[in-house]
Design a protein around this ligand. Structure first.
Ligand code: 5GP
Length: 253
């Protein structure tokens, strides 16, 4: 069997050359990392859940007219995506204070923010993905003013969509991170949602109990991460209700 070419390997995913020019195969690993990879583990089933959940969110976004890199799911761990030129910024949207915002500003976790707040972090592991201002982004040429305007508009649409999806199943979308890529169509370029949208990159709290259903379960040793992600998938109808982590995720087509 011919070996396919690995294009990039990150902490949670591997990218392989796709079957056609302009496509890639995105493989979801079971590896979990936190605190810039100082904490590491392998969580059985995480990659399968994130593949399926990212498909669910990206497909929904496409349906409401938000462009994404997602083309189709190929199997349990892989999806076909459009190749993009990644903008070297993490775009974070926050609805409630938590994590680094709470630490930086001394806000109690869970404090509702006056409006969604967008932050940009430079994608640079060696520097620990530092928070940057729009001034830095423009001065250093990481993105143009037009890119920034488009990124903010996309991020707010993703926020509205994700908040609604989660609200419908009793989950509060506290914050999330997305990555955005540039694609060229003839002479024109546009920005689309890339990477993944999953509980690895969101904070999701049960509305009734405040139970964490996201990667903070791993970061803060709050229980079994795959069980938390399975609960999110089950509520969204991505998995049947009788599936638990111990019986392994079963996918519905
Ligand atoms: P914080 O800045 O509070 O650590 O993170 C804010 C939000 O962005 C959280 O939902 C967190 O999961 C997400 N986030 C920030 N940086 C990263 C990252 O490097 N990887 C992933 N997967 N999510 C991130």
């Amino acid at each position: 069997m011919a070996r396919r070419k690995k294009v990039y390997e990150g902490k949670a995913k591997i990218l392989y050359e796709g079957p056609e020019p302009g496509t890639l195969v995105q493989y979801f690993k079971d590896d979990a990392t936190a605190f810039n990879a100082q904490k590491k583990d392998v969580i059985d089933g995480k990659g399968v859940l994130n593949n399926r959940l990212s498909e669910f969110f990206m497909t929904g976004l496409t349906q409401i007219g938000v462009p994404t890199h997602f083309i189709k799911r190929l199997n349990m761990r892989e999806q076909l995506i459009r190749s993009v030129e990644i903008i070297p910024l993490e775009v974070i949207v926050r609805n409630y204070a938590a994590g680094t915002m709470s630490q930086r500003l001394g806000l109690e976790e869970g404090t509702q923010l006056p409006r969604p707040i967008i932050e940009f972090c430079l994608k640079d592991d060696a520097l620990g993905d530092p928070l940057v201002a729009e001034e830095h982004i423009l001065a250093f040429g990481w993105a143009s003013q037009q890119d920034l305007d488009d990124m903010i508009a996309l991020a707010l649409r993703v926020n509205d969509f994700m908040s609604g999806c989660m609200f419908a199943v009793g989950i509060k979308l506290v914050d999330f991170k997305i990555e955005i890529g540039r694609v060229w169509e003839g002479e024109f370029q546009r920005l689309i949602i890339a990477d993944e949208i999953s509980p690895d990159s969101c904070r999701l709290w049960d509305m009734e109990t405040g139970q964490r259903l996201d990667k903070d379960v791993f970061r803060r040793d709050l229980g079994n991460l795959a069980d938390a992600y399975t609960e999110v998938a089950r509520r969204l109808g991505v998995l049947p209700s009788n599936v638990t982590h111990t019986t392994k995720p079963t996918l519905i087509n």
